[in-house]
Design a protein around this ligand. Structure first.
Ligand code: SF4
Length: 902
C-alpha cells in the first residue's frame, strides 16, 4: 500500500497507521500516549495530522491506500501546542525539566516554556518499592504504564484513579506500590513519558527510548534462558542502569525483575577479588601466580597418580559458549580425559536426549516467534511467569489474544489461572498423562495421518502401547479427571497450529527422558513439528546458557556440535583442528564425578561457576565428595558453599563483565559484551582456563572469544557459519548455521528430521512410577522450583534489592495439610526426608494440591537440596528434584508451645 506524506511517497503494510506512514517518510510526530510495544490509545492528541482533508490522531487512524497526509502545517503545530499546553498546565514547573522526560522534549520542540506548567503539585510520592518510585505530581494519566502492565507484562497491577485533572496512576490493589501485585518488570518505568514512574538512583530518567546521553553496551541477560537483549548503562566503571532493548529479538523491549534490576551484586562487598588458597585448613588470599602454580602442580600430580581420568571439570551454564568451549578443550587436550560435564545434567539433559531420539537435534524445534501464530499452547511442567518471565508474558498475551491454553502442572500458578484446561497430575506421572492425551488423539482421529505415514516411525508399536492408557486408568495414575484429559486432548488435537512449551517439571524425574519423548509423541501425532502448521516444542532452559554449554561440548560423551566422542570420524575432525589426540571413551557425568571422588578415584575437580554444594541433590553427599577429593578448584563470584569446600578459589567475572556469546532456549546465539571491568584481580573464566593451561606449559590457541567461536565452527558443522562479526551485524542467529552467509535455521526439520532415517520417532515408553512415594513416615510429596525474584542458589539476586522483595524461601502447604500437621502461616517448619533436613517458613496456599508441598532453593542455608534424593533419570542421570517424600513439622519456640498449652 502506498501513501503520500508531506509530498513524499512511502510504502506501508496493509492496516498500518498514519503514524507508521509518517515515520516511514521521516516525519517526526510527538506521541505522548503512544508506545510501539502497546496498542494505540489516541488520547493525548499530540500526533494530529491532516489526512485527506480531515484532522486525525495519527496513532489510531489507519492509513488508506493512496492517502495524502500532511504532518507539518502551522495549524497542526498550533493544535499540538494547545493540546500539550493543556497537559502541561496541570503539572508543576519541575515536570518540564525532568531528566529523560518525553513530555519535556515535546514541550521544547513546540516552544512551550516552563511557565506553561502552572500546577501546584502536592499529590505526593510512593517510594515504598525498591525499584519503582511514583511521583504523582508528574503523572499525566496517559495510561501508558497501565497498558504496559496489561498488554505486555499481563499483570494488570496498575489502574488510573481519580477524575479529571486529578487522575493519576495507582496500584490496582490500593495501598503502597510495594504491597501491590507489581512483579517489578520495570515496564511502567520504561514507558512513562514524564518521569512520574522512575527507577531511583543513578538510573533515574533512563529509559529504553531515552538513553542516548548514557554510554550503553548491548548484551544478553545472564540470568534465565530466555535471552533478553539488554542495554547496560555505566558510569565510572559502575553499572547505573540495565534497560530492555526495544529491538531485542526475544524480549522486544521487555525484561523482568532479575535482568532489569538485579545488578547490585556486581559491587557487593562479598565479591571475590583475589585468588584464595587453602593453607592449614583456611582459605587465604594469594597472588595469581601462586594459585596457578598450585593448580598446575595439583593437576599434574592427580594425573601422575590416577591417570587423566582422575581429573574432571564441571563447566558452567552461566559461562559463555567460548568459555565452555575452552574448558572442554582443556580437559580433552591438556589433561586427556572426557570428564567434563555441565549443569544441563541437572536440568535439561533429558531434553537433549529425548529431542535427539525423537527428532535428531538436542534443541527446541522452532523459533519462539512461531508462538505468535499458535492457536493452542500446551504448557507442561513449567511456570514461565516466574521462572522465564518474558516468555511467560508473551505466552499470556497469546492466550489473551485468543489462543487456547492448556496447562499441565501440579500447582495452580502463573498461566494456570488463565488456562482453558488445567491438568494437575501427581508429580512423576507425566508419561502416563501424555499417553492418555495421545490415546484420545488416536481414538478421535485427531492425528495427521499423512504426516504419520510419510514422516514418522513407530506408530504400530505406539498404538499397541496406548491400549494400556484409557482415560480412566490415566485418571487413576495421575489424579487428573478423565473428562479434563479428554477436553485437553481435543483442544490440542483440533488446533491448527499447536505449540508445546515445557520445563523442568518434565525433565527432572526418574524417567525425565521418557517424559520428553512422550510430549514429543503428541507433536508427532498431530504433525505439529517440522511442518509449517504446528509450532513444535520449546524446552524452557533454566540457566542463561545451558543450551550453549552443551552445544560447546562441555559434556562427557559429545564434542562441540554433539558429535559422539566414540565416533572415530568426529574425533578425527577435532584432532585435526586441535593437533592433539581426543580420548576415546565417554567421561564421567556430574553425579559419577562425586561418586568417583568419594571412592578415591577422582583426585582433582574443577568446578566453574556452579555452587554444587547448594544446588545439586543430596548435598550432604556432594560436600563429602569435595572434602575427600585431594584438589578442588572453584571459579566463583562469591565465597559460595562450594568455594568454602575448595582448595583453590579463583575470582571471576560476571556476565556483565565479559565478552562472548550465549545460546538461549530457542537456539539463538547472541552476543555478550562487557559493560564494566571485573573487580580487583578477577578474571574471566576464559582467561582463567588459558592461564591454567599456560601454567601447565600448554598454549590452548584461540586467544580471544571470537577466535574460540571460529575454531568451534571448524569442528562442528552446525556452528560453522557463526562468528562474532556476524552476530554483531545480525543480532541473533539460530543454529544450525553451517554457512556464514546464511541466517541459520529457526524452524527445524521442514524437509526431513535429523534422525538416521529422516523420520520423527514415536516412543513406546511405558509409564513407570517415580523413585519416591509418600508413605506413613513421609506423607507429603515435595516439588522444588523457582520463584520470580531470585535465581538458582540466589548468589547474585540475594545480593541485590531483590532481597527486599522476597527475603526467604517459603514452603507452600495446602490448607488441609496445614490443619492436619499443625502448620501456621509464616511460622518456621522443619522438613525432613529420607536424605536430610531443611528449615523453612510455611505459607498456607491453595496453589498446591493436598498431599504436596512446594519450595524454592534460593537460600541454600535452609538446606532444601539436602532433602532431595539420589534418584536420577535412568537415561541421563538428571536428578529427580520434582518428587521427594517428606514430612513437615512445626518448629515452634518454647514460648509458642507454652502459649499453645495455655
Ligand atoms: Fe529476560 Fe530471563 Fe533475564 Fe528476565 S531473567 S530479563 S526473562 S533473560
Amino acid at each position: 500500500m502506498r501513501v503520500e506524506v508531506d509530498g513524499i511517497g512511502v510504502a506501508v503494510p496493509e492496516g498500518a497507521s498514519l503514524l507508521t506512514a509518517a515515520r516511514a517518510s521521516g516525519a517526526e510526530l510527538p506521541t505522548l500516549c503512544h508506545d510501539d510495544r502497546m496498542s494505540p490509545a489516541g488520547s493525548c492528541r499530540t500526533c494530529l495530522v491532516w489526512a485527506d482533508g480531515s484532522i486525525a490522531a495519527a496513532c489510531v487512524t489507519p492509513a488508506a491506500d493512496g492517502a495524502r497526509i500532511e504532518t507539518a502545517t502551522d495549524y497542526l503545530r498550533e493544535l499540538r501546542r494547545d493540546a500539550v499546553e493543556l497537559i502541561a498546565s496541570a503539572l508543576p514547573p519541575r515536570a518540564l525539566a525532568a531528566d529523560g522526560s518525553e513530555l519535556a522534549d515535546v514541550c521544547r520542540s513546540l516552544g512551550i516554556g516552563s511557565e506553561a506548567a502552572r500546577g501546584v503539585g502536592g499529590r505526593g510520592e510512593d517510594t515504598s518499592h525498591p525499584y519503582v518510585h511514583l511521583d504523582r505530581d508528574l503523572c499525566i494519566a496517559c495510561g501508558r504504564c497501565v497498558r504496559m502492565c496489561s498488554e505486555v507484562q499481563g499483570t494488570f497491577a496498575l489502574t488510573l484513579v481519580g477524575r479529571g485533572a486529578d487522575t493519576v496512576v495507582a496500584p490496582g490493589t490500593g495501598g503502597p506500590w510495594a504491597e501491590s501485585d507489581c512483579v517489578s518488570c520495570g515496564g511502567c518505568v520504561d514507558t512513562c513519558p514524564t518521569g512520574a514512574i522512575t527507577e531511583p538512583g543513578p538510573a533515574r530518567g533512563l529509559t529504553s527510548a531515552h538513553h542516548e546521553a548514557a554510554r550503553t553496551t548491548r548484551t544478553t541477560c545472564g540470568y534465565c534462558g530466555v535471552g533478553c537483549s539488554l542495554d547496560v548503562a555505566a558510569e565510572e566503571g559502575r553499572v547505573t542502569a540495565v534497560l530492555p532493548a526495544r529491538d531485542g529479538p526475544v524480549n522486544r523491549g521487555h525484561a523482568c525483575v532479575k535482568g532489569r534490576f538485579a545488578h547490585g551484586f556486581l559491587t557487593s562487598p562479598g565479591r571475590l577479588t583475589q585468588p584464595l588458597l587453602r593453607r592449614d585448613g583456611r582459605l587465604e588470599p594469594v597472588g595469581w601466580d601462586e594459585a596457578l602454580d598450585h593448580i598446575a602442580r595439583g593437576l599434574r600430580q592427580a594425573v601422575a597418580t590416577g591417570g587423566p581420568d582422575a581429573v574432571a571439570a564441571i563447566s558452567s551454564a552461566r559461562a559463555t559458549n567460548e568459555e565452555n568451549y575452552l574448558v572442554q578443550k582443556f580437559l580433552r587436550v591438556v589433561i586427556g580425559t572426557n570428564n567434563v560435564d555441565n549443569c544441563s545434567r541437572l536440568c535439561h539433559s533429558p531434553s537433549a536426549a529425548g529431542l535427539t531420539a525423537s527428532f535428531g537435534f538436542p534443541g527446541g524445534t522452532n523459533s519462539f516467534d512461531d508462538v505468535e501464530r499458535a492457536d493452542c499452547v500446551l504448557v507442561v511442567g513449567a511456570n514461565p511467569v516466574e521462572a522465564h518471565p518474558v516468555v511467560g508474558a508473551r505466552l499470556l498475551q497469546r492466550a489473551l489474544h485468543g489462543a487456547r491454553l492448556i496447562v499441565a502442572d501440579p500447582r495452580a500458578v502463573g498461566l494456570a489461572t488463565h488456562a482453558d484446561v488445567h491438568l494437575r497430575p501427581r508429580p512423576g506421572t507425566n508419561v502416563a498423562l501424555c499417553h492418555g492425551l495421545a490415546r484420545v488423539l488416536l481414538a478421535e482421529r485427531l492425528t495427521d495421518e499423512a504426516f504419520l505415514r510419510e514422516r514418522a516411525a513407530g506408530l504400530p508399536e505406539f498404538t499397541e502401547l496406548l491400549a494400556d492408557y484409557p482415560p480412566d486408568r490415566v485418571a487413576d495414575i495421575t489424579g487428573v479427571p478423565a473428562a479434563d484429559l479428554v477436553a485437553a486432548a481435543r483442544l490440542y488435537g483440533r488446533a491448527e497450529r499447536p505449540a508445546i512449551v515445557y520445563g523442568l517439571g518434565v525433565t527432572e524425574h526418574l524417567h525425565g527422558t521418557d517424559g520428553v519423548r512422550a510430549l514429543a509423541n503428541l507433536a508427532i501425532l498431530r504433525g505439529a513439528v517440522g511442518t509449517g502448521r504446528g509450532c513444535g516444542l520449546y524446552p524452557l532452559r533454566g540457566q542463561n546458557n545451558v543450551q550453549g554449554a552443551s552445544d560447546m561440548g562441555a559434556l562427557p560423551d559429545t564434542l562441540p556440535g554433539y558429535g559422539k566422542v566414540t565416533d572415530p570420524a568426529v574425533r578425527s575432525r577435532a584432532e585435526d583442528v586441535w593437533g592433539a589426540r581426543v580420548p576415546v571413551g565417554p567421561g564421567l557425568r556430574i553425579p559419577q564425578m562425586f561418586a568417583a571422588a568419594r571412592a578415591g578415584e577422582l583426585r582433582a575437580l574443577w568446578v566453574i561457576g556452579e555452587d554444587v554444594c547448594a544446588t545439586d541433590p543430596d548435598t550432604n553427599r556432594v560436600a563429602e565428595a569435595l572434602r575427600v577429593c585431594p584438589l578442588v578448584i572453584c571459579n566463583e563470584l562469591f565465597l559460595s558453599e562450594t568455594a568454602r569446600h575448595s582448595d583453590v578459589v579463583l575470582p571471576v567475572a560476571s556476565w556483565l563483565e565479559k565478552d562472548g556469546t550465549f545460546v538461549n532456549f530457542d537456539r539463538r546465539f547472541q552476543r555478550v559484551r562487557a559493560a564494566v571491568a571485573p573487580p580487583g584481580q578477577a578474571r574471566t573464566d576464559f582467561e582463567t582456563v588459558h592461564a591454567v593451561a599456560a601454567a601447565m606449559g600448554v598454549d590452548l590457541g584461540c586467544p580471544t572469544p571470537a577466535a574460540a567461536l571460529d575454531e568451534c565452527g571448524r569442528l562442528a558443522p552446525v556452528f560453522a557459519g557463526l562468528s562474532h562479526a556476524g552476530l554483531d551485524r545480525e543480532g541473533a542467529i539460530p543454529w544450525p548455521c553451517p554457512e556464514a552467509d546464511q541466517p541459520g535455521e529457526a524452524t527445524l526439520y521442514t524437509e526431513r528430521f535429523a534422525t538416521a532415517d529422516g523420520r520423527a520417532h514415536l516412543a513406546s515408553c511405558p509409564y513407570l512410577p517415580p523413585g519416591e512415594r509418600a508413605d506413613d513416615d513421609y506423607p507429603l510429596i515435595m516439588v522444588t522450583g523457582r520463584r520470580l525474584t531470585h535465581y538458582n542458589s540466589g548468589s547474585m539476586t540475594r545480593r541485590t534489592a531483590n532481597l527486599l522483595l522476597e527475603s526467604a524461601d517459603w514452603l507452600d502447604v495446602h490448607p488441609d495439610d496445614a490443619d492436619r500437621y499443625g502448620l501456621r502461616e509464616g511460622e518456621p517448619v522443619t522438613v525432613e526426608s529420607r536424605h536430610g533436613e531443611a528449615r523453612l517458613l510455611a505459607r498456607v496456599s491453595g496453589e498446591v494440591n493436598p498431599g504436596q508441598v512446594f519450595c524454592a532453593f534460593h537460600f541454600p542455608a535452609n538446606g532444601v537440596n539436602r532433602l532431595t534424593s539420589g534418584h536420577a533419570d535412568t537415561v541421563t542421570s538428571c536428578p529427580e528434584y520434582k518428587v521427594t517424600a517428606v514430612r513437615v513439622t512445626p518448629r515452634r519456640t518454647q514460648h509458642d508451645a507454652a502459649a499453645d498449652a495455655r
